[in-house]
Every structure is written in C-alpha cells, then in structure tokens.
Design a protein around this ligand. Sequence first.
Ligand SMILES: [Fe+2]
Length: 339
Amino acid sequence: MRPLHLPLAAALAALLLAPAALPQERSEIEKEIHDWGESVAKKIEIQESADVPAWAVRPGEPRFRFVQIADIHLTPAKEELLKSALRYVSTEVRPAFVVLTGDNTSIYSIEGHRRLKAILDEELTCPYHAVRGDNDARNFWVVFGSTHWSFDYGGVHFVGSGLDRDIETVGIGTFSEETWEWLRDDLARSSGRPTLYLQHEPCLPPTFLDAPRLALLLSARRNVVGVLNGHLHYDLEFRLAKPHLSAIALGQNPRHGIKVYSVYPDGIVAQTHVLDGESFRAARIFQRIDFPERLRLSGDEPLEISDRRELPAAPMVFDEELKERYDELRLWLKRFDSK
Ligand SMILES: [Fe+2]
C-alpha cells in the first residue's frame, strides 16, 4: 500500500473531527477547521481497488483473525447498525476476539456504557477488549474497566491504551507518568513477540499532546509492528518505519465499516468490510503489516489469551486548561505536514 502523508488540514481534523455529543457548541473557527479537514480526509481515504493485491492472496487459513470496530458512537438510532455488524462478525467472520478502539458510545452516562455492553454481550460469540476514546471517556472505566491492558494471543502481543487527561470530547490530551512507566515496561517485556499497539487517537499524525513522545517510544521498540487507531473515521494509512492504520468508523463515516485482521506467521493482512445496502461485505481494501524475520510466528503458539496485564481502572481527568496548549499541538502538526 502506498504510504500516505496527511495534509495539515486533515491532521487538524483529527483535533476536531465529528465529536457526536459536544458539551458546548463549536466556535466558528472550530467549525471551519472541522469542515475543511473533513473534506481533505474524504479525499485521501483509501478506496476499493480493482484487484486483490498478490500479497493479500494467501494459501490456507490464517493462524487466527481478530476484528477492529472503531467509532461506533452508539446512540439509540445506531443500535440496529451495531447489532447487524456484530451478527456479521459472529456468523461470517468468526474472529478469535474483537477490539473496540474508542468512541464506542456517544451516550457517556453509566447507562449508555451499560447499554453498549449489553448489546456486545448479547450479539458477540467471542471475547472483546475495549479502549476509551475522547467521546466516551466519561464513565468508561465504571463499565469496561481499565483502558490500559495487554495480552498475548497466538504469539502476538496486543497493547491497548488511552489518554489519562483530556478536554472532554476533544482528544488532545496526555498520559500519566504511571501509564508511561507501564507502557515502557510492557513493551520491553514483549520484545520477542510481534506487538500491536491500539489507541483511539493516532500519534501519526500527531493528534494529541503526547503523540510525539509516544511515536518515539513506539518507533524505538522494534517489536512494535503496527499501530491501530480510530478517531479520524476514515480508512487512512500512514507509514513511518511501521504502519499506522486509522480505521473506518462503524457509526460515523458515510461508509460504515469494520476491519478484519488475518494473522499469518509472517505478518497480517487487514481487510475492510463495509455495509452495502442491508448487509456487510468484504471490500477490496487491503493493508499489510509485516513481521520482521526474527519475530515471525512458529505456528505452535497457543490460540488462547494469556499473560493478561492491566493498570487499575481509573476515570479520565478532564482538564480545560489543556486548551492553552493548542498552539503546541499545531506546531507538531505543521512539522508533520512539512515531512
Ligand atoms: Fe474520537
């Protein structure tokens, strides 16, 4: 897949893109940036190809599959859409597990999170693991527990994380020092295994204040083979040494979709599945995550969740004073855009 560089406008969209339930009205300038950025993101979204790339055609079954569902932004009006996606996952894809990468609900009361959990528990026939986004940060921890977790499955290490301090429904925040320590330790412990890092907000492009620091940490860890995000709502891809995939949203994009990851001994093939009329179908949108030779799977690794670790569940700290650091983030975005 051709590497994409994100124009500044689309990166700015990451700051302000489509929060479904802002506690206050957007200012004129925020609206202008949002509309401008969204139009650019639409232009660079990965489109269906005419053919299936040769590297995506593999003999035999993958070791296992997992599914990413991003940006459900659940409201009562989207419940049928979510149920239909989950039924498709349970009956057609049959993954080992599902990861929810934030903005899982737009109703962030405890009841809103509980409603989402009830639907997941009813419709999914496999385990699921969730991180919080900017729109659902309030009360996530009460129902879904910690947003900082890791586990092994089939020889691959998965690390989920999320911001600890933020402006509510914006997603420009920071991690606590405890989280930094936990992440550094976790990534060091998994140095012999291909590792995927999952977070709602992308660090590439830098959409939050700690993004450059996180990008450095992930780049330095050679076991990190890919980064999976949501937040931008469009199917986008950026590569800086390793692939950073921003997933199509289930609930927000004009195209509703999920991502299916097929794990092979030498890497992962990602494929977008989209809602087409009344039902979901596999689209010809493929991406790849390669494993370096020393991290390739033997095929003997147990197909079960093991070595599960997590930080204690804690609420998001909402901090309006982070608005004073918008210029700092704009500086990172400009640097990114000039590369
Ligand atoms: Fe978001």
